[in-house]
Design a protein around this ligand. Structure first.
Ligand SMILES: [Mn+2]
Length: 366
């Protein structure tokens, strides 16, 4: 397992690389060129610039999150041809710079969605929160207006202003694109880009939909074990793989995350690990990584990665906002560092307590 840490870049992230360097055993940063709109090429010289910044602190740039997919590709419009060609050029450039894994998602219009970015918690921290009744009842345009008043939102990846300013037109366009059509458009995209990714030495790793259900009447398809299985068979090639995000899939309590890790371990190239507390009414709050703090058994999830001999990349997905830190929502230094230490602690314990292939691990009583 290779530990990484998401970093937004020199002028976008309040956390300097020299601080990330002090977190134990982090070998790479997870990065992107956030100022380049979806659909445009990433120039090699810009990629090399980030590489040089990272190398100064002895970090690799093996994982990119994300190369966003232009909406016309998801909609299957004729103009997708141009954007797919640009995507291929970006993959070739990334491959030339040594990038190994590219994370992306195929969620229509909205990226990850929460109704509150700073929900106060009983311990005095704040955290990302999803209130189902609110998300179900609000008009998406109104939702965006409310969210844009919350600091930092529109500069977050996936929420680019140029995409969101066209929201009404996009909703109209999606009237003809439901689940079946979205699957078709995803297959078309994969058939085009996977061979290029493979030639470039890159594993594509789709991120599950967050939350894993339809929002605002827009279809979402990377939501469950069965749909992941279907996804992998669309183009059955080792370069067509997964970012397994425990907190995204875990918001649907029917999803058995350790089971998914064990079943698809060989096609998981990037692991996002985080815990959430799910409430009976469908709300969820992001918690610390510790198993006892949330609804997901993070210890069992890490054990599943350990058992499948996971060799690829992992990162603590999000963190709470603690110790008065004012980070980008979900992306503080402190709580994500605690998450890393919890994951490493589990990993080292699994290593130590496996004798002759036999595990002495007995699980955690919740
Ligand atoms: Mn994630």
């Amino acid at each position: 397992m290779k530990m990484t840490f998401r970093w937004y870049g020199e002028n976008l992230d309040p956390i300097p690389l020299r601080h990330i360097r002090q977190i134990p055993d982090v070998s790479g940063i997870v990065w992107a060129l956030h100022d380049i709109p979806a659909g445009e090429c990433w120039p090699l010289e810009r990629i090399e610039e980030v590489k040089a910044q990272a190398q100064k602190y002895n970090f690799n740039i093996d994982v990119v999150e994300s190369v966003n997919v232009h909406e016309d590709i998801k909609l299957g419009l004729p103009s997708r041809k141009i954007y797919i060609e640009n995507y291929k050029t970006t993959l070739k450039n990334l491959g030339n710079a040594g990038v190994k894994v590219v994370c992306y998602n195929f969620m229509p219009v909205f990226d990850w969605t929460r109704t509150d970015l700073y929900k106060p918690q009983p311990d005095g921290s704040t955290t990302l929160f999803y209130e189902k009744a609110k998300a179900d009842s609000i008009n998406p345009v109104e939702f965006l207006e409310q969210m844009s008043k919350q600091e930092g939102l529109l500069t977050m990846p996936g929420w680019e202003p140029e995409r969101l300013s066209k929201i009404k037109e996009l909703f109209k366009a999606y009237e003809n694109v439901k689940e079946d059509k979205l699957w078709e458009n995803l297959k078309y995209f994969l058939e085009e880009i996977i061979p290029v990714a493979q030639e470039s030495g890159i594993k594509m790793a789709i991120h599950p939909d967050d939350p894993p259900w339809n929002i605002f009447g827009l279809p979402r398809i990377i939501t469950s074990r069965d749909n992941i299985k279907k996804f992998l068979s669309l183009v059955d090639n080792p370069s067509n793989g997964l970012t397994l995000c425990s907190g995204s899939l875990g918001a649907c309590t029917k999803n058995n995350i350790p089971g998914i890790v064990r079943e698809f371990g060989g096609r998981i190239y990037f692991a996002h690990i985080r815990n959430i507390r799910c409430f009976e009414n469908g709300d969820f709050a992001e918690t610390s990584h510790k198993t006892s703090d949330g609804s997901l058994d993070i210890a069992e999830i890490v054990k599943a990665y350990f058992d499948v001999g996971y060799k690829y990349y992992v990162r603590p997905d999000h963190g709470r906002h603690i110790w008065d830190e004012k980070p980008r929502p979900g992306y503080g230094l402190y709580d994500r560092s605690l998450g890393i230490m919890y994951i490493w602690g589990l990993w080292d314990a699994f290593k130590k307590y496996t004798k002759g292939g036999q595990s002495l691990w007995n699980g955690i009583k919740k």
